[in-house]
Design a protein around this ligand. Structure first.
Ligand code: ADP
Ligand code: MG
Length: 279
């Protein structure tokens, strides 16, 4: 059995109110737990509080009431917020926020200033760029990269100090649907390989579907939570209910033989379909 992962981030009645006269509850008593290693999507209409939530999780802003605990520690009690933001959290925004006069490699090095030597920074930046598939773009300026490539540089930069959690606020917001899906698949792969926790705000269902849990916000609250199987499991489940999937599942052997599917293949496919059925 896999060990249950510890809770990484917890919010307790997290509330953010804007305005003095007409008050806006950007967040209204949000209680949320994110486990170490999770990949979570946050959806919801514009103005529902998604960015406010991310900003509070990353200590970019402070709550009106309630709290954020990271590994059990209240962010309000943090002595060095800058260090927390630099070392524990990585941010990715809709606009990549890369420095236009620096190369991809130099941009990735920026958050490492003060934490690593120049030689270490360079080596780490190249390693991270390779990890996001941009080994051959290290010396390009942001203007020489596509939108999707710039966002990958932004992800490499977010990972620079090996954060526990990466908060991405509509990272695919300016990308076409294929580039969005590619970026989200990269995030899912980094989550799997490195175990970094990701919280990704998106409007795109195809993007959200690459995660394991989708939170939906409305009016400052989490109003819905969906657990998602892996894309493969989801596809298999859909296939299980197709005509052919149904025949294999029910073991209608003659019909399958007529279709030229051999018994050995049938058994293998049936096994996969059964796996997909398991909760
Ligand atoms: N700095 C601010 N001052 C006043 N109101 C704000 C501020 N930031 C956000 N809001 C309001 O809080 C609500 C939630 O905003 P936001 O978290 O940006 O939503 P989302 O990211 O889901 O679009 C909105 O009604 C927005 O207008
Ligand atoms: Mg927003």
């Amino acid at each position: 059995m896999e060990q249950p992962q510890p809770v990484l981030v917890e919010t307790v009645d997290l509330t953010k109110v804007y305005g003095d006269g007409e008050q806006v509850y950007a967040l209204n008593k949000v209680n949320l737990r994110i486990t170490a290693g999770e990949l979570v999507a946050v959806m919801g209409p514009s103005g529902s509080g998604k960015s406010t939530l991310l900003n509070l999780l990353g200590a970019l802003d402070t709550p009106t009431s309630g709290k954020v605990l990271v590994r059990g520690e209240d962010l309000a009690a943090l002595r060095d917020k800058d260090r927390f933001r630099a070392k524990t959290v990585g941010f990715v925004f809709q606009l990549h926020n890369l420095i236009p006069t620096l190369t991809a490699r130099e941009n990735v090095e920026v958050p490492m200033m003060g934490y690593y030597s120049a030689a270490q920074r360079r080596a780490r930046a190249l390693e991270l760029l390779a990890m996001v598939g941009l080994a051959d773009r290290a010396n390009h300026l942001p203007a020489q990269l596509s939108g999707g490539q710039r966002q990958r540089v932004a992800i490499a930069r977010a990972l620079a100090n090996d954060p526990l959690i990466v908060l991405a606020d509509e990272p695919t917001g300016n990308l076409d649907s294929q580039a969005s899906l590619d970026l989200m698949r990269l995030i899912a792969e980094l989550n799997r390989l490195k175990g970094t926790t990701f919280v990704v705000v998106t409007h795109d269902f195809a993007v959200a579907r690459q995660t394991r849990r989708v939170l939906t916000m409305a009016d400052g609250r989490i109003v819905r939570e969906d657990l998602i199987g892996s894309p493969l499991e989801e596809d298999l489940k859909m296939w299980r209910y197709s005509g052919l999937g149904q025949r294999i599942y029910e073991g209608k052997l003659e019909e399958l033989q007529m279709l030229g599917i051999k018994p050995k293949q049938q058994r293998a496919i049936r096994k996969l379909l059964e796996l997909a059925e398991q909760p």
